[in-house]
Ligand binder design. Sequence first.
Ligand code: GUN
Length: 306
Amino acid sequence: MSTDRKLNPVNLPAGIEAEYTPGGALILDGKLCAKLLREEVRLEAQHLTDVVGRSPGLAVIQVGEDPASSIYVNNKKRACEAANIRSFSYHLSEDATLKDVLDLIESINNTPEVDGILVQLPLPKHISEQLVINAIDPGKDVDCFHPLNVAALFGRNQKFLPCTPAGVMEILRRYRIDVAGKKALVIGRSNIVGKPMALLLLAANATVTVAHSKTVDLSSACRNADIVVVAAGQPGLVGADDFNERAVVIDVGINRVGRKVVGDVDFKSVADKVAAITPVPGGVGPMTIAMLLRNTLTAFKEHNDL
Ligand code: GUN
């Protein structure tokens, strides 16, 4: 391995040490970053619960029986309880109507003990996701999906940060990976990850390119980038030959292949080539939940003028 490839971050925060794959890539341990962040939230939530006289509260709404959603929802509920955040669960059946969901949201919007509302996506096909998102009180929209919160993000005066993209930025920050002036490539243009990811990287002064399924010559765009965030939802779209050896690779993919969960990037082969990489599982995924907890705490503080 050439020595200029190796990343040696200095001044890592307490609790984080630089660890490398056998091939020499710095492992960006999102699970560890998330553990540290969850502990910060837990301590602050505990302290503020004593100040205010109630805990922060997060309502989680699931509609239908999508098995992956059930796992995510349970993980979110468990993470809340461990972080001194009260969770309120609502599970509507697959045949619930749009009105059922909107009525439930209205009632939770008016529940003072609930600071944050999360409607797990995807929703059943007969329910408009946009109408549901629009119904959430923007002050409780801890996913940062409501149009007013998206506009605030655009204007850089947001209260809430979109959880997955903010989780990526937090991993980069904790591993002291500079973003300013870097060429960042985001692969994927979803409303949940790709688009807000590009905004956060731009706000951090990266030069940002967004690639998607119609991009011509993705490989050379990728080889040209210093930081690549892969959020395509498609394993194997880019491989080891598509990265340069100084690349920092952030894999947002969560794909079930048989009984295994894999990212969009083949960790083993790419880690032999690049400078830093997030594993899957244990990379961005845990940070998404940690950011949700932080947004819930932010909402709680806002609701209590703290
Ligand atoms: N489904 C997949 N990712 C997310 C997310 O970040 N928030 C919600 N509400 N649903 C999701």
